[in-house]
Write a protein that binds this ligand. Structure first.
Ligand SMILES: [Zn+2]
Length: 218
């Protein structure tokens, strides 16, 4: 029996969903905060100063992790970021040119569907592109700089998860949408450069990817 000693007591400070590495997927967690208490004859007497600690515990497997793990996106968050970045980039590319081309619209819709938004359709584009144009007309400075105020945040959030090759792959797919109506206009090329910048790619590397994609589609 513990006559005198110290033991940690935890309470659940929060709950949520995180990516559990041991389970290999999104799981519920308990964010547990605790402190050490001085015990005598199994009765907690005093909390010990400076000994507080906290961790995340997977409800499924019981593995405990450091709280820093909350900065790692869950699988669901990663999927949502892919859809948001793809949709924003396709819309920016189509409104820069190709919007009138059925082949370009089809190519854009297919890319958004493959990213995970399976219900996306030409009808969705028919709402989104004019809405984006109206937004740009209200903020002419945004047009010059960025094609859309929503493009930068969506692409930057997605880019946090990407290796260099994955960034190049993403840019090439968007350039293909621009090429679907036959070639890249100067405005479409500018959108591709802006997307590359939000992906964190160098302008030289972006230029190479744009050029290689053009050559491959010729
Ligand atoms: Zn787990």
């Amino acid at each position: 029996m513990l006559v005198v000693g110290s033991k940690a007591r935890y309470r659940t400070a929060a709950r949520g969903v995180f990516h559990c590495e041991r389970c290999g997927g999104d799981r519920e967690y308990l964010h547990r905060a605790g402190r050490r208490w001085l015990y005598a004859l199994a009765v907690p007497l005093l909390p010990q100063a400076g000994a507080a600690s906290e961790h995340l515990r997977c409800v499924e497997c019981g593995t405990c992790y450091r709280v820093d793990l909350l900065a790692v996106p869950t699988t669901q968050e990663m999927r949502a970021a892919l859809v948001a970045a793809t949709t924003a980039a396709v819309l920016a590319m189509l409104q820069a040119g190709g919007w009138a081309s059925p082949a370009a619209r089809r190519s854009g819709v297919e890319l958004i569907q493959k990213a995970g938004s399976e219900d996306y359709s030409e009808a969705s584009l028919a709402v989104a592109v004019p809405a984006m144009r109206a937004e740009l007309a209200e903020h002419p400075a945004g047009q010059e700089l960025d094609a859309s105020p929503r493009l930068g945040p969506a692409v930057e959030m997605f880019a946090l998860q990407l290796e260099e090759h994955a960034k190049e792959w993403f840019l090439a797919r968007i350039v293909q949408v621009g090429l679907a109506d036959g070639g890249l206009s100067e405005d479409e090329r500018q959108v591709a450069r802006v997307i590359a910048r939000h992906l964190g790619m160098s302008q030289d590397r972006a230029q190479d990817v744009i050029w290689l994609t053009e050559v491959a589609s010729a």
